[in-house]
Design a protein around this ligand. Sequence first.
Ligand SMILES: Nc1nc2c(ncn2[C@@H]2O[C@H](COP(=O)(O)OP(=O)(O)O)[C@@H](O)[C@H]2O)c(=O)[nH]1
Ligand SMILES: [Mg+2]
Length: 448
Amino acid sequence: MFESLTDKLSSALRNLRGVGKLTEENMADALKEVRTALLAADVHFKVAREFVERVQTQCAGQEVLKGVTPGQQIVKIINDELVRLLGEGETGLSPARPLKILMVGLQGAGKTTTTAKLGRHLRKKGYTTPFVVACDVQRPAAIDQLEILAQQEEIGFYGDRGSKDVIAIGAAGLAEAHRQNADVILFDTAGRLQIDTNLIEEVQRLRAKIQPDEVLLVADGALGQEAVNVAKAFHEALQLTGLVLTKLDGDARGGAALSIKSITGVPIKFVGTGEKTADFDTFYPDRLASRILGMGDVVSLVEKAQENIDQKEAEKMAEKLRKADFNLEDFLAQMQQIKKMGSMQSIMGMMPGMSGVELPDDSEKQLGRTEAIIKSMTLQERRKPEILNGSRRLRIANGAGVKVVEVNQLLKQFQQMQKMMKMMKGGGAKKMMRQMEAMKGRGGFPGM
Ligand SMILES: Nc1nc2c(ncn2[C@@H]2O[C@H](COP(=O)(O)OP(=O)(O)O)[C@@H](O)[C@H]2O)c(=O)[nH]1
Ligand SMILES: [Mg+2]
């Protein structure tokens, strides 16, 4: 979906997310690329311009977070703007029961297919008896098409091949659906190749007759801006309650999806992603945004940093590391920060470039054991591990439910870490690298 947009946006941001310092220059370059990528995806030029302006304003007003780079923070801002553009939090349907849904749109947009898809989808979402009514009398084949799909999905069906009166068919279909106790009733209608007044008037009369709770426009997502124009026209005539964008599996560039909500004000509620009835889903703006950016990893990382990392705490820790007076108490606090952020594996998964790295299965458990060991120490012991003699170590091991060798191992590795920090302080980078190599061979610090 939207491969080309994804490629262009992620290459614009790839350069940015690594930079430690943002300058007007590298920002301007990246945002220009973002704008070009949007335009190339057939996003409305006004929408693209506003998008970039909003990102710029927000970047200027942001506090710099610890733990992430400014570039990563911008990826997050762009992501949030994409979500806003796609229309956040408005994808629900009316709670009415039975729920009456009128499906409208141009010929070939995917109305009939989508009617069946939606019936099937809603049954999975808690409706028990979907029912479809064939109100397309333009082509006899249209009725057959809907009936076959309904049978295949075991959905109730009403059609009348002997009548050309769409309004009467709609009313009769509604009555039949009521008789069968349907809890969601979908009306498939005829489309034209272009919007014309006859079509609109017919649908308006049908609408007045059946009083639908939802009027959903089915629009071909591959049409880009043209789909936006169609949606505007239908909305003016029929007060749409939602949109279904179809054919997002094909060569859709993303323009329709990104412009249609902000131009028409009508939320996208569902998307079609293939010819089969199962190729259909509720529309989730945040999921699509992260797919388009291809940087869900960075976005979640920034979110977690915003939520969980106590900035002062992090600064204090960094200072201690610099001064090399990092004791076991600090180590415990650090570990608890990490735990707050989620599992080790999920954090690794969020680090760009680290998602493929597998931690050993028991690293989580090891982290827990290390924590238990430190917690079994007195405050004095945590601050001055050198006082830990044999009997103290035995007491700690018993308290933590581990063997003494594990306590010894932890202390030894902690000593090594301290040595390393002293070296860093002394600037002995080469020596430190050698030390690290040696530690790697031994499996490193437990849980790190
Ligand atoms: N690839 C793809 N094809 C679709 C999708 N939705 C509908 N179609 C196809 O588009 C064509 C027209 O669909 P149809 O439901 O008859 O459109 P209608 O004229 O609006 O009722 C059919 O060949 C469908 O299989 C979709 O999401 N993806
Ligand atoms: Mg049709």
